[in-house]
Design a protein around this ligand. Structure first.
Ligand SMILES: *[C@@H]1O[C@H](CO)[C@@H](O)[C@H](O)[C@H]1NC(C)=O
Ligand SMILES: *[C@@H]1O[C@H](CO)[C@@H](O)[C@H](O)[C@H]1NC(C)=O
Length: 367
């Protein structure tokens, strides 16, 4: 760790390599032998892996309107080739759908995967292989899912965290910036949607339901996503926003119904997918590193404390609005412009800056 003015951090690889290995890397992984100086020498060469073990993660990429991006993403994931068409058949499977299934398609794909994990992302981002590896290593200890989010989405997810009594503790997180789960979770989720008799439109917008209905605070990491662009995303713009909110609200209504057992007649804990375990609100923030599979973790609070107790899950959007109105611009500036991911993005010109006035205990930041 190096100290920059104003409590900002940049992690330099050479100095902390052993700590990185201890924290995240799996003993058998080849990354152990990769050069620690690889970022600092300005080389753009990525970690190339020649997997000798059986793959244990299936990536699911939906092809919608940005095919050139899809080609780039698949080449990046395939790694053994520079040409989409040359990705070996045993590594790439193309499934054509007769109609646009929207977001539910990812859950169908994941539910059918034969690997231990599935990795999901949209077609307007490149997520680096080392970050997918970090997700995968961490996922061994996790039972639900891990989501990568850019700072503005992270803020939105944090401000949507709610608790209703002791039984409901949830928030919302997008899956499209990169997320990982087990096929069993996708199967349970689809079973839940069926149990709830969701409409076709609700099924299509499955992403809006996944994190909320899990009834666990989603594990979210600040992302290192590289935007590929290609037009306004389906979920953006006024219409997209209105649609998102409508479906998040509907997801919240479903969760209330399940947990309060109003209608249908209470079925107790036989409802699939939904967690009935108690959970404390998460503390701390995480960001995966560029160039090397590792994770930066800090328990320093990056926002003023907010009240998360509400009377109903459906207050999620209202409480987020309320929090946003009470936050000053200076409260969120560092969060949005100098997030933890900047400490480990390999760029000396960016840094992770703590909110002004935060007491700094370096032991609360570890890589
Ligand atoms: C992906 O979608 C585009 C339409 O946007 C289509 O032309 C193309 O054939 C699709 N590619 C694959 C591999 O299905
Ligand atoms: C779904 O529909 C079935 C049959 O119409 C009904 O018995 C069941 O109670 C409904 N479930 C929910 C959660 O509304």
């Amino acid at each position: 760790m190096n100290w920059i003015t104003r409590s900002c951090f940049i992690a330099f690889w050479g100095a902390i390599t052993s700590a990185l290995i201890a924290f995240l890397a799996n003993k058998k992984q080849e990354v152990l032998s990769s050069p620690a100086s690889y970022i600092l020498d300005g080389s753009t060469q990525r970690l190339i892996s020649h997997p000798t073990r059986t793959a244990d993660t299936t990536a699911i990429i939906l092809n919608w309107s940005r095919f050139p991006n899809v080609i780039q993403i698949v080449e990046n994931l395939c790694q053994q080739t520079d040409d989409f068409a040359e990705c070996p058949e045993n590594r790439l499977k193309i499934t054509n759908s007769v109609s646009n299934l929207y977001f539910q398609a990812r859950f169908f794909g994941c539910a059918e995967a034969e690997t231990e994990f599935c990795y999901i992302q949209d077609d307007d981002y490149i997520v680096l292989p080392e970050i997918i590896r970090a997700l995968r290593v961490r996922m061994r200890k996790s039972t639900s899912a891990i989501y990568l989010l850019p700072p503005h989405e992270m803020l939105s997810s944090e401000l949507k965290r709610i608790r209703v009594g002791e039984s409901i503790h949830t928030s919302f997180a997008w899956l499209g910036h990169g997320s990982i789960m087990r096929p069993g979770r996708a199967q349970e989720f689809l079973a839940l949607l069926k149990y709830l008799n969701t409409s076709d439109e609700e099924m299509q917008m499955a992403d809006n339901y996944y994190s909320v209905l899990g009834n666990v605070y989603p594990e979210v990491w600040f992302d290192q996503g590289i935007e590929l662009g290609g037009g306004i995303a389906f979920t953006q713009g006024v219409e997209g926003e209105e649609r998102n909110n409508r479906h998040i609200f509907q997801a919240a209504k479903y969760l209330d119904t399940i947990m309060t057992c109003e209608s249908p007649p209470c079925t107790g804990k036989s409802v699939p997918f939904v967690s009935f375990e108690r959970q404390a609100p998460p503390s701390g923030h995480r960001a995966p590193c560029v160039g090397f599979p590792c994770l930066l973790e800090t328990t320093v609070s990056l926002l003023p404390a907010t009240q998360i107790d509400v009377e109903s899950t459906t207050h999620m959007l209202k409480i987020e609005r309320h929090h946003r109105e009470s936050l000053k611009e200076t409260d969120t500036n560092d969060y949005l412009l100098h997030p933890p991911s900047h400490a480990v993005d390999g760029k000396p010109e960016t840094a992770f800056c703590l909110p002004r006035g935060t007491f700094v205990d370096p032991y609360r930041i570890r890589v």
